[in-house]
Design a protein around this ligand. Structure first.
Ligand SMILES: NC(=O)c1ccc[n+]([C@@H]2O[C@H](COP(=O)([O-])OP(=O)(O)OC[C@H]3O[C@@H](n4cnc5c(N)ncnc54)[C@H](OP(=O)(O)O)[C@@H]3O)[C@@H](O)[C@H]2O)c1
Length: 330
């Protein structure tokens, strides 16, 4: 069986490539002209086709979709300083890939990697968001991911596609959690606004297995799934687990005040606008960080995909730290 993967050079995409190869798939990537190599995978294990992701005709011409059994659209933009950039990176490529697939691979199964941000946070600690709740996207990022979901649902071949909304993802090759590990190893925890904020987390290899299930379980066609680990985790527990992985514990914790974060966000946005570089400290990230309960339920994925997370938070944090150390990131 042959899979086409977009976003293979990225964090989630590279773990998906690992999972597909481990399960015996042939893997082809659709790369952009400027894409770096796929980290982790042996160089000759992945076939590469190149096209601009927002150009359906170019995707067809590249031959990327010939004979594929499954299409995994993982590519996306998670950091940008304008709504236009989020849309350009998350909406236009989804439209082009669907249009190209309708011509060349209308019977292939498809998986769109969306995000919890397209659905919105939970209303309270004990009511994690489910797929039945009406979407309430957060920020320009969430809006762009939601728009991509709507394209899939409305498309002529959309009934062959599955939408997966991962919670926050952590694991080897991820850059966002590096500061958490760095601080925690020194016994320090810095909370964005309040420490009483909760999130769902999933370890990248667990998410990758769920994506493969989404493309292969017949009943998953046309469905939407949250994918997350079992535990609702408060930020102090994230730092505590990162500290345990380093053989230490948190001795100094601090809630960064919201006004300070807002100021940093404004500075980040201004810097991005002037330099053209996208910064994580933009107001967009603050919008995503504001809700207290980024919790979702993976009950539907567990039941319908016969999937379950295999990694506890402590195991995942230990594996992540070990990888960061081996790679020289810590
Ligand atoms: N990380 C998380 O916590 C998380 C949570 C929920 C959902 N997601 C979703 O998962 C997907 C992958 O995210 P990720 O965390 O793996 O991000 P990432 O490491 O930044 O990877 C994204 C990949 O998308 C491709 N891409 C396409 N257009 C791009 C552009 N204009 N700029 C930069 N890269 C572009 C690149 O792959 P190529 O070079 O191979 O084209 C890039 O490596 C995204 O759709 C994201 O919305 C991530």
């Amino acid at each position: 069986v042959l899979a086409l993967v977009t976003g293979a050079s990225g964090f989630v995409g590279s773990h998906l490539v690992d999972a597909l190869l481990a399960e015996g798939w042939r893997v082809r990537r659709l790369a952009r002209p400027a894409s770096p190599p796929v980290p982790g995978a042996p160089r000759d294990a992945v076939e590469t086709r190149v096209a601009a992701l927002d150009d359906a005709a170019a995707i067809v011409r590249s031959g990327a979709l010939a004979d594929v059994d499954a299409i995994f659209h993982v590519a996306g933009v998670t950091r940008a300083h304008s709504a236009a950039r989020f849309r350009a990176g998350n909406v236009a490529p989804t439209a082009a890939l669907l249009d190209a697939a309708a011509v060349v691979a209308p019977h292939a199964r498809g998986v769109l990697v969306s995000s919890q941000a397209a659905a919105g946070p939970a209303a309270s600690r004990d009511r994690p968001r489910t797929e039945e709740d009406a979407p309430a996207p957060v920020g320009a990022y969430g809006a762009s991911k939601r728009e991509a979901e709507a394209l899939v649902a409305a498309h002529a071949i959309g009934a062959r596609w599955t939408i997966v909304r991962p919670s926050a993802v952590y694991g080897p090759r991820d850059r966002d959690f590096v500061p958490v590990f760095r601080h925690a190893a020194r016994g320090v925890a810095l909370y964005p606004g309040t420490r009483d904020a909760w999130l769902s987390l999933v370890h990248a290899p667990d998410l990758a297995r769920a994506l493969v299930r989404a493309a292969t379980v017949p009943a998953a066609a046309g469905r939407t799934y949250f994918v997350a680990g079992d535990e609702a985790v408060a930020w102090p527990e994230v730092y505590a687990a990162a500290a345990r992985a380093a053989g230490t514990r948190v001795r100094w914790a601090h809630d960064a005040p919201r006004w300070a974060l807002a100021a940093v966000g404004a500075i980040g946005d201004a810097w991005s606008a002037v330099t053209g570089h996208d910064t994580l400290a933009g107001r967009e990230k603050l919008a995503l960080g504001a809700p207290r309960w980024w919790l979702c339920s993976a009950a539907r994925a567990r039941a319908e995909l016969a999937w379950q997370p295999a990694t506890s938070l402590d195991e995942g944090m230990r594996a992540t730290r070990a990888w960061y150390r081996a790679a020289g990131w810590l």
